[in-house]
Design a protein around this ligand. Structure first.
Ligand SMILES: O=C(NO)[C@H](O)[C@H](O)[C@H](O)CO
Ligand SMILES: [Mg+2]
Length: 370
């Protein structure tokens, strides 16, 4: 199976209710800059990164895919994923300008597409190729009812609906707003509405200072919070280590980390409890698996961030022993041929051959309309 062409793709999918906010970001669309890799056997592999639908940087990512990495791949054996990953990662001209950031997002999309090709060549879903049975119980927790721009009433009614009608037993609520007191009131309202059995995670998206994180982290503990996600600056290992020693609530982080070595530093410092690697920010499935093994070796659960909207992570989590819980956000559901399915709070194993990120024809038709 030889690679013949890399075709750039940029998708911009609308988010829920036309716009969502967390403590740091406010978006109307989710961006999926990526690639279709064509081969001489007629198979086509799809892979994407995940962004905030900023067209100028999405264009930089797909240009990096086609113009920088593309020439390294034409004519190569598409099944040699690990060899090609190293060839691309170690390409000195590209390595010189970026060992993380845009070049890493671009490499991640290509790696996902290569794994998609491997699955299609073998006519099996990625979870099967990775050794899962497809019967694994992978619980979903829902983030899409907890946005910071939702009123307290919408927050409570959305979460109640997810629990009472859709069977979720865990929801994630954004904190890190302008008022810590309001953050606490919102969490208190959701805890009161859902009762003690439902797990509530919180996510500050990097907003707090260390004193605020210690103060609010300890105040949130009264509501039996499962974790505080990204409490402070994404690269602050020492700060998270100090926070971990100053509060009882576990820390989750990883969606903003590009490199295995960054995860290693947080793990070795005891600065993370729930490790959240994301294939669309790491350099794809190949690097994700390394991080999952690192976490597992340190007895830390892996609960990935879903920059792919769970499309590929559902497969990885069914196959990796460190995973039994995965975030759910539905923004690409209408854009994928085989959208991730959650039933009674658990992911349903996709039976489609591939890694899970093949867009629909309608989605591909939007490419030139952005
Ligand atoms: O933090 C997250 N999940 O855990 C969400 O992905 C972010 O809130 C969205 O991308 C908006 O910035
Ligand atoms: Mg998050």
């Amino acid at each position: 199976m030889r690679i013949t062409k890399l075709e750039p793709i940029i998708l911009h999918a609308p988010v829920t209710r036309g716009g969502i906010k967390d403590s740091t970001h406010s978006i109307t669309h989710w961006g999926a800059p990526g690639v279709a890799i064509h081969t001489d056997t007629g198979h086509v592999g799809y892979g994407f990164s995940g962004t905030h639908a900023h067209l100028p940087t999405d264009k930089l990512i797909v240009e990096c895919i086609t113009d920088s990495f593309g020439p390294l791949l034409i004519g190569e054996d598409a099944l040699a994923t690990r060899a090609l990953w190293h060839k691309m990662y170690k390409s000195s001209e590209i390595y010189w300008v970026g060992r993380s950031g845009i070049t890493h997002l671009a490499l991640g999309a290509i790696d996902i597409a290569l794994w998609d090709l491997k699955c299609k060549a073998l006519d099996m879903p990625l979870w099967h190729l990775l050794g899962a049975s497809g019967k694994e119980k992978l619980e979903a927790y829902n983030t899409d009812g907890g946005w910071l721009n939702w009123s307290k009433q919408d927050l409570v009614s959305d979460c109640k609906r997810m629990v009472e009608e859709q069977g979720y037993r865990a929801v994630k609520i954004k904190v890190g707003g302008d008022s810590g007191t309001e953050d606490l009131r919102r969490i208190e309202a959701v805890r009161h509405a859902l009762g003690d059995e439902v797990r509530i995670m919180t996510d500050a998206n990097g907003r707090w200072s260390l004193p605020d994180a210690i103060r609010l982290g300890n105040q949130l503990a009264q509501f039996d919070i499962s974790w505080i996600e990204e409490p402070m600056g994404f690269d602050d290992v020492k700060g998270h280590q100090r926070l971990a020693n100053a509060m009882s609530t576990p820390i989750a982080l990883g969606e903003q980390l590009y490199l295995t070595q960054q995860f290693r530093d947080f793990v070795q410092a005891g600065a993370v409890d729930y490790v959240q690697p994301d294939i669309v920010r790491l350099a794809g499935i190949t690097e994700w698996w390394t991080v999952a093994e690192l976490a597992h070796a340190n007895n830390l659960p892996v609960v990935p961030h879903v920059g792919d909207m769970g499309q590929v992570h559902q497969h990885l989590c069914m196959a990796h022993p460190a995973c039994n819980l995965l975030e759910y956000i539905p923004w690409l559901s209408n854009w994928m041929k085989h959208p991730a399915q959650v039933k009674d709070g658990y992911y349903v194993a996709s039976q489609a051959a591939g890694a899970g990120m093949e867009p629909t024809a309608e989605a591909l038709a939007t490419i030139n309309k952005i």
